[in-house]
Design a binder for this molecule. Structure first.
Ligand code: GLC
Length: 808
């Protein structure tokens, strides 16, 4: 079943049926003023933090789902019938009410059509501003004059700390005030006396406030009290004021507040009128009025919209592909990257599922998030990378979260038992990716503090990352898993060993040796390669189980992930990482990836392990708490799907890489949205596997490592356009029947036109490349051969030289 389609020209996803199986959401604003909005205008707003700065309420996981939000109610003053400009919350029957939602890059437009009245509402936050526009156009498509009364609605929090807002009612119900302070301006304040005493207070601390202004029509009424507008026994579906036909001009004094303005539109047949609401944070008179004076015209709002769209579209311009596969095109050209950029911004802090419990930048996830955005926003990627590296402690491990107030050099290191084993190993993916993207090799010499004091060059930080694991080896000479390796649920005991981290370490040692060579540090390179030899020997001694690599070794010596164990017999990550780290022999790589196909592949993606845990004790495998087939308990953990694609491309299996890619990318589910249920334009953290009763259901949309790894795997491995330090590698691994594809790639400020031709219909292998007509017999184009506007034609062919060794 289909609920919408991709409009790639406009970079929008268009939802044509509003009764989607779950709320299909989008993001507005920035990391300073952020907002989530659904296809039915549900959603919330927050300042700097989803947890501490939540100024606009949403009732999470409630019935009906995801309400309230940013609503306009439209009321026909002739007959009293009313509806909302988004299908919900009024929810008129869909045979009478038509609606379309266009989610774009940081804006959402919702149109409706009901009884001869069309409406179009556009929501966005101008770049760099702390307010939002809700623009409403109403058109009379009937043949008689219509009198339409418009009411807005949103619900402000009583405290911006979201937990306090919900639980501390003996306090929070007595601190909120709403008032009309200008002809078209409403003022909301929390703990207002503190502001009166201290007008210098910054908003969001002890003083919290919002404002709402109506533009384009006189405010004929208002309500700032939620109780007055909704009515004690009313609902969002039937708010009392709308049922009665007029606001009560309530000024909230305690209890709850709401953002309701009322305006009246008289429309001739065929006539359109536009009004808009502006809503922002901070004091209405000191700040809001000034913003209204500056931004409160339609012309200015248009300009701000254009700026916003241009800004986002410029980022999306970093990589545009035309391949024979439409789903891949939608993913690469718009939604995959947009997903990465939003995840980069919000980490795992704010969505319809992450509702404030997690704040700040989770360490390992945020380091990985860099892979997805390096091409689009290299400067911001560098800044973030430096911040993340400064979260490394002197011992080489990392703090678990970089919080808003994180102060590099002055933090306390976690207790020994609180370190995770994988955190800093992600440097070896993210740092070379950024350096190869930017060409800023000197980044390795940049001095960055440690979280708990002292400093080192980036290169020095990399060494400490390796040493951290080398100094924490278990009985078999493999790295200890510590509190967790990538898998939060793995409990091996402090000295239990993680093969996943062993593979990360191997990749790290290889990468470090390469960087050392380039920096002229031969001794360091030799050290790393020697350590790698030892590690390789230990891996081969302990970890090959005949058909696949084991999962891990518990502190008590139990080996997990073997053919003889009942639950969690085979674990996905150690197979793909055996390939990605080149630890597996060619034979092992082939066999273990066959085992993945046989035991872990489903039509919906690759399961994390199989069979699920039911009897295993939760102190060993805490994922036993999840229902079988979900999340870390034999679910399809989407974070890892890109690894499956990468591993297969490294082995040259383009058909299989394609199959895995298609099984997991959201766009491929557009026509069967009832299976996946979540937005077909963004990733979700987990997909229920065939061990569950609901295979294919996908949950926890948007904020997941799935975005990064999927985009990175497609662009840099499948399409194979992979920056190197000194050149651009073009080494695709595609479905054999593709004739080729084209890519527009921005790289080091050059716009490159790349065409890949595959006349012999093979999966992998570049014979030669023409750069502006000049032939190069290699897969890497030296940077000196490239200029802005270069035209590159890469020829795949059976006579290809063997593919170059790649970094991840
Ligand atoms: C979640 C966490 C991530 C972890 C993964 C597997 O996605 O955000 O850090 O690696 O679960 O447990």
């Amino acid at each position: 079943m289909k609920y919408g389609y991709f409009d790639d020209d406009k970079a929008e996803y268009v939802i044509t049926r509003p009764d989607t199986p779950t709320s299909w959401s989008n993001y507005l604003g920035s990391t300073v003023y952020g907002a989530v909005i659904t296809n039915n205008a549900g959603g919330y707003g927050f300042y700097k933090s989803g947890a501490q700065g939540r100024f606009m309420r949403l009732r999470f996981n409630a019935v009906p789902m995801d309400q309230p939000g940013r609503y306009f109610y439209l009321r026909d003053q002739e007959d009293g019938d009313f509806w909302s400009a988004s299908w919900q919350p009024v929810g008129k029957p869909l045979d009478q009410y038509k609606s379309e939602c266009r989610h774009g890059t940081a804006y959402t437009t919702i149109t409706s059509e009901y009884k001869g009245i069309k409406s179009e509402t556009k929501y966005y936050v101008p770049l760099g501003q702390n307010f939002e526009y809700w623009r409403l156009k109403v058109t009379n498509t009937s043949d008689k004059v219509r009198k339409i009364r418009v009411f807005s609605y949103c619900e402000f929090s009583n405290q911006w700390n979201t937990t306090q807002d919900q639980v501390n009612l003996q306090y929070s119900l007595f601190i909120v005030k709403g008032e009309k302070v200008g002809d078209n301006l409403l003022r909301y304040s929390i703990q207002d006396n503190l502001y009166i005493q201290h007008p210098e207070y910054e908003v969001g601390g002890a003083y919290m406030s919002e404002w709402v202004a109506l533009i384009g029509t006189p405010m004929t009424g208002f309500d700032t009290s939620r109780e007055a507008f909704i009515g004690t026994y009313g609902s969002y579906e039937h708010p009392k004021a709308v049922v009665d036909g007029a606001c009560t001009n309530s000024e909230a004094f305690g209890d709850n507040s709401c953002g309701t303005v009322q305006g009246d539109l008289e429309l001739q047949p065929g006539e359109t009128k536009e009004i808009m609401l502006m809503l922002g944070i901070d004091d209405a008179l000191a700040v809001g009025q000034k913003i209204v004076n500056e931004f409160g015209t339609f012309k200015r709002a248009d300009e701000e919209f254009e700026k916003l769209v241009n800004n986002w579209h410029a980022k999306l311009g970093s990589f545009k592909a035309i391949t024979p596969d439409e789903d891949i095109n939608h993913t690469v050209n718009v939604w995959g990257l947009y997903n990465c950029l939003i995840t980069f911004a919000w980490s795992r802090a704010a969505s319809l599922v992450y509702n404030g419990e997690r704040d700040g930048l989770g360490y390992r996830d945020s380091v990985q998030d860099i892979l997805g955005v390096s091409a689009a926003i290299p400067e911001e990627a560098e800044e973030r990378l430096v911040r993340m590296i400064s979260g490394q402690c002197q011992n080489g491990g990392a703090v678990p979260v970089i919080s808003k107030d994180f102060n590099a050099g002055h933090e306390k290191a976690p207790k020994p038992e609180e370190f995770r084993s994988d955190d800093c190993e992600w440097f070896f993916n993210a740092v070379p990716c950024y350096v190869a993207e930017s060409g800023n090799f000197d980044f390795y010499n940049k001095v960055v503090p440690y979280a708990d004091g002292g400093e080192a060059t980036v290169y020095g930080h990399l060494k400490r990352a390796l040493e951290f694991n080398l100094e924490r080896m278990g009985a078999d000479g493999l790295p200890c898993g510590l509190l967790a390796d990538w898998n939060d649920c793995l409990k091996l005991g402090y000295h239990g060993e993680s093969l996943f981290v062993a593979f990360q370490l191997r990749l790290g040692l290889t990468t470090y040796a390469d960087i050392s060579e380039r920096l002229g540090k031969k001794d360091e390179a030799a050290w790393a390669l020697k350590e790698r030899d030892t590690l390789d020997a230990n891996i081969q001694k302990k970890c090959w189980d005949g058909k696949w690599f084991i999962w891990a070794v518990g502190e008590d010596g139990t080996v997990y992930g073997t053919q003889t164990i009942e639950e969690g017999q085979i674990y996905f990550n150690t197979q793909v990482w055996a390939v990605m780290s080149s630890a597996a022999t060619a034979e092992q790589a082939r066999i273990c990836m066959e085992s993945v196909k046989e035991k872990l592949a489903t039509p919906y993606g690759l399961m994390l392990c199989a069979p699920p845990f039911v009897k295993t004790r939760s102190d060993i495998m805490s994922s036993v708490v999840f229902l079988p087939g979900i999340k870390e308990n034999a679910g399809i953990f989407n974070h890892t799907q890109g690894w499956g694609v990468i591993a297969e491309t490294m082995l040259g299996n383009g058909d299989r890489a394609y199959e895995y890619c298609k099984a997991s990318i959201p766009a491929a589910y557009n026509d069967k949205a009832e299976i996946r249920q979540s937005e077909p334009y963004v990733v979700g953290q987990t997909t229920y596997s065939t061990f569950s009763k609901r295979p294919g259901n996908t949950r926890t949309s948007w904020l997941s490592g799935a975005g990064t790894w999927s985009y990175y795997a497609i662009t840099q491995y499948m399409l194979g356009i992979k920056p190197q330090y000194d050149g651009l590698l073009i080494d695709p691994c595609i479905k054999h029947d593709w004739d080729g594809f084209t890519v527009e790639r921005r790289w080091r400020k050059m716009n490159l036109h790349i065409e890949v031709k595959n006349p012999q219909h093979i999966c992998k292998g570049i014979e030669y490349i023409e750069v502006d007509g000049k032939r190069i017999d290699a897969a890497v184009i030296p940077v000196s051969e490239l200029k802005d506007g270069s035209k590159i034609v890469a020829y795949m062919g059976k006579d290809a030289k063997s593919s170059p060794v790649e970094r991840v």
